[in-house]
Design a protein. Sequence first.
Length: 338
Amino acid sequence: MTVSFLDTSTEPTEAMRDAMRDARVGDDVYGRDPTVNELEERAAALLGKEACVLVPTGTMANLVALLALTSRGDAVVLEEQSHIACAEAGGVASVAGCMPLLVAGRHGVLRPEDVEGVLLPPDEHRPQPTLLCLENTHNRGGGTVTTPAETAALRALCDEHALRLHLDGARLFNAAVALEAEPAALAAGAHTVSFCLSKGLGAPVGSVLAGPAQTIALARRMRKLLGGGMRQAGVLAAAGLVALDGWRERLAADHRRAVALASRLATLPGLHVDPEAVATNIVFCDVADARGLASRLLERGLACSASSATRLRFVLHHQIGDADVERLASELAELLPA
């Protein structure tokens, strides 16, 4: 059996499977699925927002937010390595009809001084920025976190320039654990915020988008436009409700194992990793021929991703235990040249 160091590969727990089997369901398109309604109410409360809508994926959550918060021809400010910019098939341009303005963050984390340079005075020749998107934690930045104070500073900048703020919080609960903060505190500065029920939280399918009731009503319509309206979706929402139980302790264990893995890999020849840079549950390491090494690991029953020709990416989640961390380190020690 392959052990996967990818948090997109998590399988539902037995508790989730039981909840899915026994879920009360109805037609969610008409707001009649009681389990979906319960999940949306609970998620909105966790994030300190008025309303929430369940969607199939994190990509759709971000896209319906873009559609609800912008008009065609607007510009959207994005961190240059963000998921919206790099891994959502260009939906910001091709579907929302917006011009991406890419800004380099510091390991993915944006600060006001990074953004101010693209917030030029209105000019009929160029698209006008109307939305800033953040990502917390930042995937390609290595699971880095943005603090509530940093978000508040960016919100102040948005208010000054009449921008709205969307937070892609696919792994927001990991940030909450790392900062010992509540999810609502991390979402406070954002007009809208999304998070994935999958990945670290471990549900098989689903993300949510939260925000003001009027905005979420429009986002719900955009979900329908994109084909995301679901019928008896309570079967999925039931697993999401289980995922929201005990998440802090679960994710803290993932973070602990990520640091342990980085510390172990730092001792191996040919691998370059900084354990001090591990902020949450993502570990990057630099190595020659990362893709070849990932392929050889897979042959040995260990899955990971090569995010570039020279970078391996390992993500810790609830199906990875201490023995799996040690096994990965031992296999890499055998595969790497002495």
